[in-house]
Design a protein around this ligand. Structure first.
Ligand code: PRP
Ligand code: 7HP
Length: 173
């Protein structure tokens, strides 16, 4: 396991921004249930904090999607490792992601979930790397726009390590 060298976003900065995002989401969805669909594994920590700060009655669902394997670049092959257990038809759905990078994962997921006829479908991501985008994705709620650096912590991994850090860090090479 390489060293997690530089703290990029502190736990306090993350919490403050997640609270702001939750307030905006609460205002935009006055009535529940709001289906929060978190994408495993990376979004688990963001979901746990965001869900607690959102005041709209919410239901928590998970999907497993994987495209990075053990490397720092997307394989381009999106794999559903766990599908939803419930129907989202006629419901407000907010996809909860840790990071949008190439946009490949979310493009695939938006197409898949739109076919299931939700009342509305939107995306909240903690991190956005706009420089890396290969596919355009409309993201409604962005925590932080970040430069093209590989980050870990607060749910984000490198080869499955570092997910339980409270801060977000840039890896040492
Ligand atoms: C990461 C992240 C996003 C996706 C973003 O998932 O959680 O889902 O990559 O990248 P993209 O915009 O280039 O598609 P990963 O495949 O690493 O799985 P994980 O969440 O289990 O770590
Ligand atoms: C996926 C991903 N996972 C962890 N850190 C990053 O910077 C990443 N970009 N895309």
């Amino acid at each position: 396991m390489a060293l997690a060298a530089r703290v990029f976003l502190t736990s306090e900065e993350i919490q403050n921004r997640v609270r702001e995002m939750a307030a905006e989401i609460t205002a935009n969805y006055p009535e529940g249930p709001l289906y929060l669909v978190a994408i495993l594994k990376g979004a688990f920590m963001f979901l746990a904090d965001l869900a607690r700060y959102i005041k709209t009655p919410a239901r928590i669902e998970f999907m497993g999607i994987s495209s990075y394997g053990r490397g720092k670049t997307s394989s381009g092959q999106v794999r559903v490792t766990k599908d939803l257990d419930v129907s989202i038809e006629g419901h407000h759905v907010l996809i909860v992601e840790d990071i949008v990078d190439s946009g490949v994962t979310l493009t695939y997921l938006m197409n898949l979930l739109e076919q299931r006829r939700p009342k509305s479908l939107a995306i909240a991501t903690l991190l956005d790397k706009p420089e890396k985008r290969l596919r355009p994705v409309q993201v409604s709620y962005v925590g932080f726009q970040i430069p093209d650096e590989f980050v870990v912590g607060y749910g984000l991994d490198f080869a499955e390590d570092y997910r339980n850090l409270s801060d977000i860090c840039v890896l040492a090479e």
